[in-house]
Design a protein around this ligand. Structure first.
Ligand code: HEC
Length: 132
């Protein structure tokens, strides 16, 4: 009985651990690309930094779709599609695929900031998602 409880507890925390491991792995590779220590507060201020979209002239930031409260769902600014929370604590299964994370960083940084994000910026964003 005791062992069964331990097994069930392990299974429940497994997905969150998988996210933590994937994030740590990505941050290691960002450090190899020249990034230094990561900061959740830097990630947070970048999250709401506003840029003028080249194509539309619209003022946008990451919160335009993901909101400023990472523990709640967001909504796509154009399609209205619901986007699950970005906080690791609220979406423990989210950050389990490094390829998916990189794909969306590429797409969303370009969409929002008119450029790709640096390794430092991506690591800071991940630190912010982890801190919430
Ligand atoms: C135009 C709307 C929009 C904006 C603006 C936006 N995102 Fe996203 N983002 C999405 C959608 C849609 C997804 C994919 C849906 C999902 O994963 O739930 C996503 C997914 C992601 C993911 C992937 C997470 C995972 O599950 O692997 C990351 C990381 C991300 N966004 C970061 C950012 C950052 C950083 C910014 C600002 C530079 C940003 N997003 C701005 C719409 C947006």
């Amino acid at each position: 009985m005791k062992y069964l409880t331990i097994i069930i507890l392990c299974m429940c925390s497994w997905s969150a651990q998988a996210s933590e491991a994937v994030i740590t792995g990505l941050q290691d590779s960002y450090r190899n690309e020249g990034a230094t220590a990561f900061s959740s507060s830097r990630g947070q201020s970048m999250w709401t930094q506003t840029f003028t979209q080249k194509k539309t002239g619209q003022q946008v930031n990451c919160a335009s779709c993901h909101t400023t409260t990472l523990t709640t769902s967001g909504s796509h600014i154009k399609t209205g599609k619901v986007i699950a929370p970005m906080a690791v604590s609220s979406s423990p299964d989210r950050f389990n695929d490094p390829v998916k994370i990189e794909k969306w960083f590429l797409r969303n940084c370009k969409w929002t900031m008119n450029r790709t994000c640096t390794a430092q910026e991506k690591g800071d964003f991940l630190a912010y998602f982890q801190s919430q």
